[in-house]
Every structure is written in C-alpha cells, then in structure tokens.
Design a protein around this ligand. Structure first.
Ligand SMILES: NC(=O)c1ccc[n+]([C@@H]2O[C@H](COP(=O)([O-])OP(=O)(O)OC[C@H]3O[C@@H](n4cnc5c(N)ncnc54)[C@H](OP(=O)(O)O)[C@@H]3O)[C@@H](O)[C@H]2O)c1
Length: 251
C-alpha cells in the first residue's frame, strides 16, 4: 500500500510520534488529516510543510461525540479515510498513595476507547471499498503489569488483543489491521520518567520505521529489536521472579 492519493488520518498529531509521522507524510502525495486537542501546535508546525497543507481537526478522542463530529468533517471533505494511524495516547505514573480512578478513565478513554470510537466511524467506508489500513499504536509495555503504570500497560494490552481480533474479522474484507508496538521513544509522554529508558529512539526514526511497516502492510510493527527481545524475555519470567526482579531494578 502506498500513500499516493490516499486520505491518511493521524490522531495525536500535535507532538511526538504523531508529529514526526505528519512531517514524513507531508512529503507524500496524500491528503493528510491531523487530529489532536492542542491543534495550535499543529498550526505552528504546518507552515514548514512544503507540498500540501493538512486538514487539522480539534478533537478529544476519548469523547465519542467529538469523534463523530470530526469524522463528519472528514467525510464531507474527502468521503472517508483510507489509512488511519490511531496514535493518540496518554500515560500516567501513579503512586498507590494517590490512587485515583480518574487516571484509569483518562488512560482507557484515550488509549482504548479513542481507537474504538475512531474505528466505528471509519469502518463503514472501508467495508464498502473493501480496502484500507487501520494501524493502532500500542506499546511493547503491553506484555506485563509494570509498577506505577498498571493502567497504561493494561490499556495497551487490551488494545493489542483487540486489534489482533479485529484483524481476523477484517481480513475477508481486504482491510489490513496493523499493531504498532514501540519501545522507548524520546517524546513528551516520557519527559517525566525517572527510570532508565534503554535503547531510547528519536521520534523521527520511529516514524520512518512505522511508515516503512505500513507500506509493507506488516501485521505488527515493533521496534527497536533489542527492546522487542528484552520485553519478550520479561514476558516469560515466572511471577515470583518477576516481582523480585522488579523490586531490584525498579521497572
Ligand atoms: N514515547 C514512547 O516511548 C512510546 C512507547 C510506546 C508507545 N507509545 C505510544 O505512542 C503514541 C504517541 O505517543 P508519543 O510518544 O508521541 O507521546 P506524546 O508526544 O505525548 O503524544 C501523544 C499525542 O496524543 C495526543 N492525545 C493525548 N490525549 C488525547 C486525546 N484525549 N484526544 C486527542 N489526542 C490526544 C496528544 O495531543 P494533545 O495533547 O494535543 O491532544 C499528542 O499529540 C501513544 O499512543 C503512546 O502510548 C509511546
């Protein structure tokens, strides 16, 4: 699948990976739709786009009505979305002393429902066309419950499993579902992290890997390989040893 002439949606396009994807795709001959809450940030950087100007839509992906409204704007202008990169996400570190379900609502609302709401909107058009790509940005942290990040890792675990099931349902319709599982990428979501981030990658490199994988219509795009191996290993560790290791290494 190439991007030529396609309507490409990126959610979470104001910063980080989404912004890097937008920059790369701005050099392609596609119709770019960029979604975030802080659209003023997109307005600032879009002046650097030399080829086409994007359609920018302010939308909180955790709010179903806003997603419906945003999709209607896209459908009116372009008819629908051909390639959706559902990337918007949040992560919070929560100490048990400040346990608060609001963090869960925000995390699941954005990382999981934000994807589900968008798929609900774009799917009828893709089913009719019998082609298209839905790429969801999950995480290599979907493999275990990590300390202080239980809401985040469980939201990504749910997303990864949901996308896998969906890919089976949409295969007969010619619609490809891609799961993207990055390791540590240097973006604002990680700016408060106090622990080491092995094999940290810059957002531009992450975006290039993601776009290469989408072009190849890979089922899963995961990187960097060192973190893929490490998290796979962590996934195999028995519970008791995992607890001991976590207490020693503070991950
Ligand atoms: N960086 C990493 O190490 C890493 C690793 C694995 C997975 N990921 C995943 O990669 C994706 C992109 O994250 P990033 O690293 O690029 O972090 P980021 O720079 O913080 O970007 C997150 C993006 O999501 C948007 N967003 C957050 N809540 C939203 C909402 N309710 N509605 C609409 N947009 C929302 C933000 O825009 P607004 O605030 O303007 O709305 C921002 O554009 C996330 O799904 C994240 O979980 C990142």
């Amino acid at each position: 699948m190439d991007f030529d002439g396609k309507v490409v949606l990126i959610t979470g396009a104001s910063t980080g990976i989404g912004k890097a994807l937008a920059f790369s795709l701005s050099k392609e001959n596609c119709k770019l739709v960029l979604v975030a809450r802080h659209t003023e940030l997109i307005e600032q950087y879009k002046s650097q786009f030399t080829m086409h100007q994007p359609l920018i839509i302010k939308c909180d992906v955790s709010n179903k009505e806003e997603v419906v409204e945003a999709y209607n704007t896209i459908a009116e202008k372009f008819g629908g979305v051909d390639i959706a990169i559902l990337n918007a996400g949040v992560g919070f570190h929560m100490d048990v002393e400040e346990y608060n379900s609001t963090y869960a609502e925000r995390t699941y609302g954005t990382n999981l429902y934000g994807v589900i709401y968008w798929i609900e909107q774009i799917l009828p058009y893709l089913l009719k066309k019998k082609e298209g790509i839905i790429a969801g940005v999950s995480s290599l942290a979907d493999n275990r419950g990590y300390s202080k990040s239980g809401f985040y890792s469980s939201s990504k675990a749910a997303l990864t499993i949901y996308l896998e099931g969906l890919s089976l349902d949409l295969k007969p319709y010619g619609i490809k579902v891609i799961t993207i599982r990055p390791g540590f990428v240097d973006t604002p979501i990680n700016s408060q992290n106090k622990y080491p981030m092995p094999f940290l990658m810059n957002a531009g490199t992450a975006a290039e890997i993601i776009l290469k994988g989408i072009r190849k219509e890979k089922r899963m795009i995961q990187f960097p390989w060192q973190m893929v191996m490490l998290t796979r290993l962590i996934g195999f560790i028995p519970g008791r040893f995992y607890e001991w290791l976590a207490s020693k290494s503070k991950f």
